[in-house]
Design a protein around this ligand. Sequence first.
Ligand SMILES: [Zn+2]
Length: 227
Amino acid sequence: MRRWLRMAVWADCLSCLDSGNLMSRVRQPFDRLVTALARLPGIGRRSAERMATRLVLDGDGLLPEMVAALEGARSEVCCCSNCGALTARHTNPCRICSAEERANGILCVVEEPGDVLQMERSDAFNGRYHVLMGRVSASRGEAHTDLHIDKLLSRIAAENIAEVILATSTDVEGDATAVYVEECLRSSGVKVSRLAFGLPARSGIGYSDPVTLSRALRGRMPVEHMA
Ligand SMILES: [Zn+2]
């Protein structure tokens, strides 16, 4: 049966099995899978249902591959005990923390481990990283005890850090996180800066929102400094 037809039949089955034991036997493991997928960042309930449906329908091909990938990631990948970036379990501290050729004395602070990968792809930063493991969230109240601030303070002292670059997001929570971290570091005497905000690459002002334009204007630089 063609895949689009199988998916249509599956969707029809789910919608018509809204009562009885058969429905609950199908629904319970399916809902469990949807609920687990929906816990991932950026995945809403509807997207989780579509992903779960695809996984179930392509069970012979995609599911074993996903299971193997998840087990491999769980057994082989961890967060660096020093900076929090993703690393292989047998390379901990990570290669960035261990690299002698990278600049000492400057830390780039990011929200999530994946942000380190994104920064490294830019090939624009040669210092070290520190991952906060989250961001300031209004729903978590005033105490942000889950953010790795204490570790950051201890690293600033132990590694003789002179500058901290805050590379938090440009949304409200990212702004709040930057302000919160800056307040926490104020007494340390370290220089604290934040990534400049600019226009997206290969884009014009006609495609930029007012906040981005305002920040780009404040973060303007002399033309001779543009690489
Ligand atoms: Zn590290």
